[in-house]
Design a binder for this molecule. Sequence first.
Ligand SMILES: Cc1ncc(COP(=O)(O)O)c(C=O)c1O
Length: 427
Amino acid sequence: MTTAAKKFTSESPASEARTPEHRFDVEKARRDFPILQQTIRGKPLVYLDNAATSQKPQVVIDTLTRYYERGNANIHRGVHYLSENATKEHEAARRTVQGFLNAASETEIIFVRGTTEAINLVAQTYGRTQVGPGDEVLITGMEHHSNIVPWQILCGEKQARLRVAPFSDNGELLLDEFANLLGPRTKLVAVTHVSNALGTIIPLKLLIEKAHRLNIPVLVDGAQAVPHMKVDVQSLDCDFYAFSGHKLYATTGIGVLYGKSALLDRMPPYQGGGDMISSVTFEKTLYNKLPYKFEAGTPDIAGAIALGAAIQYLTGLGIENVAAHEHELLAYATEAVSAIPGVHLIGTAKDRAAVLSFVMEGIHPHDIGTILDQEGIAIRTGHHCAQPLMERFGVPATARASFGMYNTHGEVRALVKGLHRVQEVFA
Ligand SMILES: Cc1ncc(COP(=O)(O)O)c(C=O)c1O
């Protein structure tokens, strides 16, 4: 995934001239996404805000519609046809996620609302029982707020200490410094797989090996990784892995926590309620087996089934094909955007995925976003829920273009043209 520099020209890159069978057919993929077919402010929509949320392919929209038109029922315990069918589809989606992550068992896949809930679940169950006064939780300086605040809350409650591994000026984690922060008091490492603000890909395998040498479990925030690369939780040997469906071409409200069953078994439940029990009396409640112990209440049934459809869609295209396309696009965009005078990239790590963060001299990122919007181009501006990272770079905000499978080289050229327009307005 190295973003090797390529000479940027306004011409189409060589990749676009390749024979179709040797490249991902982006135009075909685009036709699967109805939202992309529209104009915004009279211009074709250029959607470059995929790190915030991805658009949905027709198959996901159809899965939801079909479910609510013909399949809706509550799952588990129902003896009627619709309930049995909904249960089957829900559990089939769990097996799809299991295959997608290569988890050892479907009982290690817990459906949650998203990455944020998955991390809070681990903080409130594993964290509450394993972290005590004087203990430490180690994160990195490039975490999203959802992988900072749950640990801060936990450490505050437990008189424990939140430690933060630093990164270099180009946005690469300093592995030696990370290793130096591991110690006998470290009870958990919680680290992003891909930074949402920089695009940096963390060398997870190395990091996990270092933590495991000291028997420290590792939670991975995979929100920005799963749409862009093959993730194999057994090969990584991570202990927990969290992601959100809505960044993976599925809907909002559904996400996944993977956990090794040996750990999940020992953890107390997260929330109490229906479904997470095997029996209840006023004196004593026995909890359900995995994964249901962690799934209290009626879940997002349709969302889980649609997540299964999104994963099948993505794997049908070949995640390695999608990754290669996005990788090439990022290299092209990096070259093109950094060539604009007065533009500075924030985050230039060797290994990056799908994210291009930048600032422009004398122009606030919000103004960049507003002017691009007039051109039908959607990017995100702000602190990207990573305020400590912004502070580290000495900027209040950045402009961030983030790519998905359906973005094209032509859209990168539209972005570059839009940025020139921004400079004209502020000249
Ligand atoms: C790296 C990272 N972690 C966590 C999250 C939180 O995801 P969600 O809001 O879907 O729970 C995000 C969302 O932007 C993210 O980029």
